[in-house]
Design a protein around this ligand. Structure first.
Ligand code: G
Ligand code: G
Ligand code: MN
Length: 237
């Protein structure tokens, strides 16, 4: 028996690098739970539970706060990306709480990227827009996560002030050998170039995938080829 109200999550991080040079430009924070019996558990398991019992806000804040504290002293060019789940985008205090965490950790707003999936925008686009606008007004950057898996991508891209598009891993997998994902990735890259939005490709696992993305002009990549999610301390310095 585990009292969920007492759990502490770990902030794992996955590096994001430039496609061309491999230079680290940021880290995505990915929450993990070290369960006393089962070991390391991923967010797909505990986030739905945390949402059900109203703990998602506190747990998320804990993960984001830890990452910001650890990364505050790093190279100022390195950004930290955090994920926000759909239920968090219905919380009217989200923006204020993130801004407070930035102040408490002396972390510059310009170095924080908030990743939002399209499904988060679906429930109440106007409410989501007000939160997103508050974040933007503070200088925080916004990424549209899992791009291509939602359904009205183009209207979201136009109507909300995103700074970055993240191509979903499902399109990156086998991009170098299959025509269909390759065509989708090319289309996303040409769309984003027309909109002057940089692209991060997720889930890059092979050198062939990296080479394809570089040829097609993708700016940044992340994935097991570059580095798996690790405890944040193992990437420090
Ligand atoms: O880290 P993977 O390692 O298993 O993540 C699974 C899903 O959980 C992804 O959709 C990711 O965006 C989401 N996720 C990871 N960490 C967090 C977090 O701290 N908060 C929220 N809300 N979602 C997260
Ligand atoms: O929804 P979001 O894009 O935030 O989720 C990222 C998810 O992808 C996390 O579960 C993370 O652990 C996982 N991930 C990151 N890089 C790779 C990769 O190269 N391959 C696979 N299979 N999963 C990855
Ligand atoms: Mn993400």
């Amino acid at each position: 028996y585990v009292n969920l109200h007492h759990i502490r999550l770990l902030s794992y991080t996955e590096p994001i690098v430039t496609c061309e040079t491999g230079e680290i430009v940021g880290f995505e924070v990915l929450a993990r739970w070290n369960h006393p019996l089962s070991g390391i558990i991923g967010p797909d398991v505990f986030i739905p539970v945390a949402e059900d019992i109203g703990l998602i806000g506190r747990l998320s804040e804990q993960v984001i706060g830890e990452a910001l504290r650890d990364a505050a002293a790093w190279d100022p060019n390195i950004k930290i990306s955090v994920n926000i789940s759909p239920s968090q985008l219905t919380d009217g205090w989200l923006a204020q709480r993130i801004v407070r965490m930035l102040a408490e950790t002396s972390f510059p707003a310009e170095r924080l990227v908030v990743e939002i999936t399209e499904s988060s925008l679906f429930a109440d686009i106007e409410f989501a827009r007000s939160i997103v606008t508050s974040l933007k007004n503070q200088g925080i950057r916004l990424a549209l996560d899992d791009f291509g898996t939602g359904f009205s991508s183009l209207s979201h891209l136009r109507s909300l002030p995103f700074d970055i598009i993240k191509i979903d891993r499902s399109f990156v997998t086998n991009v170098s050998s299959n025509q269909q994902p390759a065509a989708i990735v090319r289309a996303v890259l040409s769309l984003s170039s027309a909109l002057h939005l940089p692209v991060i490709a997720e889930g890059v696992e092979t050198e062939n995938e990296r080479a394809f993305l570089m040829r097609e002009g993708c700016h940044e990549i992340q994935g097991y080829l570059i580095g798996r999610p690790q405890p944040i301390a193992s990437y420090a310095n």
